[in-house]
Ligand binder design. Structure first.
Ligand SMILES: [Zn+2]
Length: 526
């Protein structure tokens, strides 16, 4: 698969070849033939372009830190489909539009030397890596360790999008360092006792383990009132509201699975008693397991979980709202649904060999998808409809939070983020190319599965997934939320296809059909 653009055998006659050899400067290769207009199955043929011979390297840009890999990819354009291209002496295939993608051993001196030729024309360009980044300093364990004679109570106040759980809060760390290991999560508003401090870290006892949270993510507070806690359940316009009365801001976790919702509550000595065993719409609630710290409750609902949100009310009760699937007409499943389409980026995002930005490609697919969904009766909202970001041109995390907030404020039923992919340095793109769809909460999986099925029918690439990954937009828990990566933009034929309105329409059609199928049959009734 490494030679992607089959070069037609040289068709020059013997006489012409001798003439060319006699008149051209030494080493001048024969001009590249006009490439065949034939692409890979799945992607339309790359259009022929024969512009000025001009080397434009899109990746890596000069000054990119040298990656710690033995081989990697680079891509860009020669400007002409008749050009031939050598990179550090190795000939690399050029697509009919002049674009190229190569995977080569990293040059010893960190400089890629490109030479393009078209007949007697010649263009050269070098691109040099910057020195590799200094490795980050090893985390230092703070030396001072104080133990509190009495546990102190703190409240989690962090608001950053730091969690893996669908709600805001702070991670739990196994050591008092900023090392990336995390072993759990504490929701914002949770109150818990801490038993010591080391530098800017509080120590707490978590079951049998010692855990740490950053001091700056907390405020000192008073102990919550003690007493038995009790589950209550009641119907709500959106589905059901579960309330743990007397929870006292106990840390929690929520895990949906079909029509079952598990809620874990962590507080030593918190005795939780069930509400009435049968209280609509909850069929049954039972403790699954428990130790001195954790109790896990399983709620058997009379509908599959479409979304959930959890928070403390001002008195410290834990409230878990569970959303039922929207009503739909099987003949017109999208009719009346509110769908947020999210064309990924800017800021950030990848780029194609001739300069198509991922943000533009994502927007084209999203706009075409919106058209189809509206024709099917859906109400479609886009997180952006033009090239501008929604909130921040420089901080991707601010931008992502703004998009998530937009979907929540809109009360969306479904969220689909549309992206096109890029590989990290060192990955051989010719071996690992695939169509991918991501989800995080289990509610997203039925939609992710159908999107992957439909998208690979267009791209004919190997399907990878659906993959469960903690992506900011996929952590939306109030609605099924997924992220598609139909193809990798660094391939010349993928980039050319994404400039082709007919291909964009096929991707849009795949998104729309998958949404329709998922709503009609994806979320099994209990
Ligand atoms: Zn992206």
């Amino acid at each position: 698969m490494s030679i992607r653009f089959v070069r037609r055998a040289l068709g020059t006659g013997l006489g012409l070849g001798l003439w060319a050899a006699a008149c051209a400067p030494a080493r001048a290769p024969a001009p590249g033939p006009v490439p065949e207009a034939r692409g890979r199955a799945g992607f339309p043929p790359v259009p022929f372009v024969d512009g000025p011979l001009q080397l434009a390297i899109r990746y890596p840009l000069p000054g990119t830190p040298r990656p710690a890999v033995d081989s990697t990819f680079l891509f860009g354009s020669t400007g002409s489909g008749r050009a031939r291209l050598w990179i550090n002496g190795v000939e690399v295939p050029v697509a009919p539009n002049g674009a190229f993608l190569a995977f080569l051993p990293l040059p010893v001196d960190g400089v890629w030397r490109l030479e393009a030729r078209r007949g007697r024309e010649r263009a050269t360009a070098d691109v040099a890596y910057a020195p590799p980044p200094a490795s980050p300093p090893r985390p230092v364990m703070p030396p001072v360790d104080s133990v509190f004679p009495e546990p102190r109570w703190v409240e989690v106040i962090a608001t950053g999008d730091t969690l893996q759980g669908g709600f805001e809060g702070v991670p739990l760390y196994p050591t008092p360092t900023d090392a990336p290991d995390r072993v759990g999560q504490l929701p914002r508003g949770a109150r818990l006792p801490v038993v010591g401090r080391r530098g800017r870290w509080y120590r707490l006892l978590w079951g049998d383990e010692v855990r740490w949270i950053p001091v700056e993510a907390t405020l000192e507070t008073v102990p919550p009132p003690r007493g038995p806690a009790r589950w209550e359940a009641e119907p709500a316009p959106f589905g059901a509201r579960l309330r743990l009365r007397g929870a006292g801001y106990a840390p929690f976790d929520v895990r949906p699975d079909g029509a079952c919702l598990e809620v874990e509550v962590a507080r030593p000595g918190l005795a939780v008693v069930a509400a009435a065993t049968r209280s609509l719409p909850v069929r049954a609630a039972q403790p699954l397991m428990g130790d001195t710290l954790h109790t896990v409750w399983a709620f058997d609902l009379d509908f599959p979980v479409w979304g959930w949100r959890a928070f403390y009310d001002p008195g410290g009760d834990l409230v878990v709202d569970v959303r039922r699937p929207p009503a739909f007409d099987p003949a017109h499943p999208l009719h009346g649904l509110r769908i947020v389409l999210d064309p990924g980026h800017p800021p950030a995002g990848t780029i194609g060999p001739t300069g198509l930005t991922e943000a533009d490609a994502n927007l084209a697919v999203a706009l075409a998808t919106a058209q189809r969904l509206r024709a099917a009766g859906a109400e479609v909202l886009l997180t952006r409809t033009g090239p501008e970001p929604r909130a921040s041109a420089s901080d991707p995390s601010v931008e992502l939070r703004a998009r998530v907030a937009f979907a929540l404020a809109a009360g969306a039923d479904l969220y689909v983020s549309i992206h096109h992919n890029a590989f990290p340095d060192g990955t051989n793109p010719f071996v690992h190319e695939a169509t991918e769809v991501y989800y995080y909460h289990s509610m997203g999986r039925p939609l992710a599965t159908r999107l992957l099925d439909r998208l690979v029918q267009v791209t004919l690439l190997p399907p990878r997934g659906p993959l469960r990954r903690s992506l900011a937009v996929a952590r939306l828990s109030w609605m099924p939320s997924v992220l598609t990566e139909a193809a990798y933009l660094m391939f010349p034929d993928v980039e050319a296809a994404l400039r082709n309105p007919a291909f964009v329409d096929r991707l849009a059609d795949a998104h729309a059909r998958a949404l329709e199928e998922a709503v009609r049959e994806g979320w099994a009734r209990p």
